[in-house]
Each structure stands twice: as structure tokens, then as C-alpha cells.
Design a protein around this ligand. Structure first.
Ligand code: GLC
Length: 519
């Protein structure tokens, strides 16, 4: 089986992984210096959030040059060195492709906005004002407010699904499509192993720009974007042809390059991005572990429905956290986060680990004067900000946790003197040790890495399933609550458990998870 099926992926938020030049912001040389942590952890690939030239209004998700590295992160030479160093250690490297929108500092947008008859005018989405002079329709930015920005010089509005500094490209224009496909080739030619594709389902909008319908379930704490359903501004049928073209490009390169789509959609719609007649992305990100209620019955139903919905040949994948969502240890608590790790790394499919989750990092409270995220700055106070999950990686107990020689761009969590890589590497009972053990079990047992999957019938707060390949059978049993639960463990060898101490054969203790090699 190919590496992206059996392997696991580790997401690096580059501003917060390791700083090498003392500006308090992480960089490529820093990542290179820390690759051995990832080798010791036992992951197979790293995905690095955007490192391209950017004014950083959305911290790199606003790209001003798709084919160069932002000086804060380093140079193209630093990138080549990082890629070579990763490959020398057997690690694959994925970049973050941001095709839906560019920075308004991108030369394409500057040309586009310069006049109505500029050849690049149609590279972005320009519309006349509504009859009353207001925005062309009711579409709302994901960061709040109208998604349309008026440009007085040319008398039209441009569309931005995110910040007004992130103008949406017009993917219905064939020249845009060619230029952006060339970006993929540029990095594939340099040797990258694949891409995570940012907001893939946003890329094409309804050709007539009708209003979005009101969302009957809207509550203000959800964020203003949820006041409407994005049925006309996202997930249009034409996006599938674009995803298929990206796939053809990826498949044209040797060595199993992979495309992963960031897609937040209900499951039936999500499945379409595997491709129906023509292949699209290899892995449409499955965010259900982030979104589902954390209880055994809901998770069992969700897992069964996901497995059942997969198209023939579609390979599953699982995500517990990312740079946009609360950390798992904050959502479920520290002891239960160990159970969550066991779930992520023993389900059938490719797991993606968010940096720092292997230490059990929690969301870090950000003092108001240190808030960086535009999401928080635009709609303050609802807890929508993403800074708390983007704080620096704590490496050791030295100044600034070994992350930087300077004050980091975001504060470290208060527990960094003890919750850091060096301390946990020396502690067999740590979260880091559990992650290492789980990843090493996946490598050792084909039943876990590529085997079949079947949910076992359970009651109460127990979630249990079986994985098998050939003669090898493994049972995973997880107690999703803090209370003891009756569960008859099958006969066999307990190869891993989330709690210290003996395992009873008729009970799972609160927050206990076990992996059993069945005899
Ligand atoms: C994706 C990214 C998020 C970013 C947004 C706009 O959802 O994960 O961080 O703000 O796209 O590019």
C-alpha cells in the first residue's frame, strides 16, 4: 500500500514550530533543526501551513507570490535544504496550496483593480453595485461582515470569502486556471510530495450570484458567517472538474504524490470530492472527530456512517485538530485526550496529527493586547479566535521553551516548564510516549496500518472495534467517560493502554483505552 494510506501526517504551523533567527517567529531552518523530533515520534509526512510571500493579514493564507518563500520563513534555498533533509530521514513533505484567493498585494490583483479593462480584471470576481449602491448580494465573509469590498476607483465591488485583503480568484477564467496549475507544477518539480488544498469547496461560486438563503439555526455565537447557508457561494458542481485537473497533474509525477482537500461539508457532499467517474483528491479531509459530540454512541454512529459512505477505493482519513479549531485536550480534558489519541491512531485510515497535540497542549488564553488573529479582532469575544491553538511549541525548560531566543509572537502556555518535548521524552507515562508507542504499533502491525475495520457491539461509554489483516487481529476498546464501564476484554496480549497499572478483564477504568492483540 502506498505511503499516504499506511502513514501518518503531522501538521506544522510554521510560525510556531521553531525560530532559528531570533525574531520570535518560527521559520524553515527551525523546522529543519527539529526534524529528528518527528522521526522519533514516528510520523511519515509533514504538512506545513503556508510559507509563501505574504503580508500576513491571515498569517500566510493571503499569498502575494505563490512561487517564493516569505523572508520571515527563509528562502527557496532554505526550502530546498529542508526538503532534502526531510527526504533524507524518510519523511515526505506537503505544502499548503491556497487557490481560492490571493492577497490583494499579489501583482495579479493589483493589475486587476487598476482598471475595468485591464486584461487581469476578470481574474478576480468583480460585480456592479446593487441598484441601491450596496453590495451585489448578501454573501457574508467567513470572518464576518459583507464579503464584498467596494473599489471607488473603478466603481465595482470585488468578492472575498475571507478578509478584504484576500480577494477570491475567478476560477471560471481559463487563464487563472492555467496559472494556478503551473504553481502546482512548480512545487512538484521541486520535489514536494503533495499538497493540502485550502478551502477547496469554496473555489467556484454560482455563476449568477444569487443571495444565499438565511440559516434558520443561526445564533450569534456561531459567528456572523453562519447567518446564511453558503449554498450559492460554495460547493458548486464545476469545482469537481478543477479538482480532477489537479489530480491529473499530481498523478503525472512519479512517487505517489498526494492531494488532500480542506472541505467542511456534510458527509455525502464530502464524498463527492474523491471523484465520481474521474478521480479528484486522494483524501478529502474528514473533520468529524473535531465536530462530533464526544460520546461513545455518537462517535460509533459517525464512524459507521463514514465507513459506509466511502466510495469504492476511497481511503478514509481522520483529523483530531488543526490551526483553526480548539485543541483536543481542551475539548475533552487531559485524561480523555489520551483516549482520543488512541482512537485517532487506530481507526482505519490516514491520521493527521496537529503539532503539540502529542504533548497534550491545551488552548492558551491570549491577553487582549496580544491578540493576532483577524478572526478574533473582527468578531471579538465569542471565542472564535484561533490564536489559542497556534502558540509556540515548547521544546525544553530553557528560556522561551527553546522555541526562540526572543519573546515569541504568541505567548507560551503557562505549563511549558513541565509540558515540553524534553520532559516528556524522559517520561514513559507521558502523552509523547503514548503517541510514540501508538505510531510504532501502527508501523509494526499491518492490521492497524491497513487492515479491515469492524465496530464491536458495546454499551454505555465504551467504543470498541476490531482491525484485522491476514491472521493478525487487534481489538481496540476505549472508555469515553471518566467512570468505570463493564467490558469483557477478549483473550490476548494487551499491547498498549492509556493508563498505568493492571487491566481488569471485565472492566475499562475511567478514561482507559486498550489495544489488544487477540489470540
Ligand atoms: C482555511 C484555513 C484558515 C484560513 C482560511 C482562509 O480554512 O485553514 O486558516 O484562515 O482557509 O484561507
Amino acid at each position: 500500500m502506498t505511503w499516504w494510506k499506511t502513514g501518518s501526517i503531522y501538521q506544522i504551523y510554521p510560525r510556531s514550530f521553531q525560530d532559528s533567527d531570533g525574531d520570535g517567529v518560527g521559520d524553515l531552518k527551525g523546522i529543519e533543526a527539529r526534524l529528528d523530533h518527528l522521526v522519533a515520534l514516528g510520523v511519515d509526512a509533514i504538512w506545513i501551513s503556508p510559507i509563501f510571500v505574504s503580508p500576513m493579514h491571515d498569517f500566510g493564507y493571503d499569498v502575494a507570490d505563490y512561487c517564493d518563500i516569505d523572508p520571515r520563513f527563509g528562502t527557496l534555498a532554505d526550502f530546498d535544504a529542508l526538503l532534502a533533509a526531510a527526504h533524507a530521514r524518510g519523511l515526505k513533505l506537503l505544502l499548503d496550496f491556497v487557490p481560492n484567493h490571493s492577497s490583494t498585494d499579489h501583482p495579479w490583483f493589483r493589475e486587476s483593480r487598476s482598471s475595468r479593462d485591464n486584461p487581469k480584471r476578470d481574474w478576480y470576481i468583480w460585480r456592479d453595485p446593487a441598484p441601491d449602491g450596496g453590495p451585489p448580494n448578501n454573501w457574508i465573509s467567513d470572518f464576518g461582515g459583507s464579503a464584498w469590498e467596494y473599489d471607488a476607483a473603478t466603481g465595482q465591488y470585488y468578492y472575498h470569502a475571507f478578509l478584504k485583503e484576500q480577494a477570491d480568484l475567478n476560477w471560471r477564467n481559463p487563464d487563472v486556471r492555467h496559472a494556478m496549475m503551473d504553481v502546482l507544477r512548480f512545487w512538484f518539480d521541486r520535489g514536494v510530495d503533495g499538497f493540502r488544498i485550502d478551502v477547496l469547496w469554496h473555489m467556484v461560486k454560482h455563476a449568477d450570484f444569487p443571495d444565499n438563503p438565511a440559516n434558520p439555526a443561526y445564533r450569534p455565537e456561531m459567528g456572523e458567517m453562519h447567518a446564511v447557508l453558503q449554498s450559492n457561494s460554495t460547493d458548486q458542481p464545476e469545482v469537481h472538474d478543477i479538482a480532477a485537473e489537479m489530480r491529473r497533474i499530481a498523478d503525472g509525477y512519479p512517487g505517489d504524490r498526494v492531494l488532500i482537500g480542506e472541505i467542511y461539508l456534510p458527509i455525502e457532499k464530502l464524498m463527492h470530492y474523491y471523484g465520481i467517474d474521474t478521480p479528484e483528491v486522494h483524501l478529502p479531509f474528514n473533520f468529524q472527530l473535531i465536530e462530533a459530540p464526544w460520546d461513545a454512541r455518537s462517535l460509533a454512529t459517525m464512524i459507521a456512517d463514514y465507513e459506509a459512505a466511502l466510495p469504492p477505493g476511497g481511503w478514509p482519513n481522520w483529523v483530531l485538530g488543526n490551526h483553526d479549531r480548539p485543541r483536543i485536550a481542551t475539548r475533552v480534558g487531559g485524561p480523555q485526550a489520551r483516549v482520543a489519541a488512541m482512537l485517532l491512531l487506530t481507526l482505519r485510515g490516514t491520521p493527521t496529527i496537529y503539532y503539540g497535540d502529542e504533548l497534550g497542549l491545551t488552548d492558551v488564553a491570549i491577553p487582549p493586547d496580544r491578540v493576532q488573529d483577524p478572526r478574533e479582532l473582527r468578531e471579538p469575544g465569542w471565542g472564535l479566535g484561533r490564536d489559542p491553538v497556534r502558540t509556540p511549541m515548547p521544546w525544553n525548560a530553557s528560556a522561551h521553551a527553546g522555541f526562540s531566543s526572543a519573546e515569541p509572537w504568541l505567548p507560551l502556555g503557562p505549563d511549558w516548564p513541565t509540558r515540553n518535548v524534553a520532559a516528556q521524552a524522559a517520561d514513559a507515562g507521558s502523552m509523547l510516549a503514548l503517541y510514540r508507542d501508538l505510531l510504532s504499533l501502527r508501523r509494526k502491525h499491518a492490521a492497524l496500518a491497513e487492515g479491515d475495520f469492524r465496530l464491536l457491539e458495546t454499551t454505555g461509554s465504551v467504543l470498541a472495534y476490531e482491525r484485522w489483516r491476514g491472521d493478525e487481529r487487534i481489538v481496540v476498546a476505549l472508555n469515553l467517560s471518566g467512570e468505570d464501564q463493564p467490558f469483557a476484554l477478549p483473550a490476548g496480549e494487551v499491547v498498549l493502554r492509556t493508563l498505568p497499572g493492571g487491566v481488569r478483564t471485565d472492566t475499562l477504568r475511567g478514561n482507559e483505552g486498550v489495544v489488544i492483540l487477540v489470540r
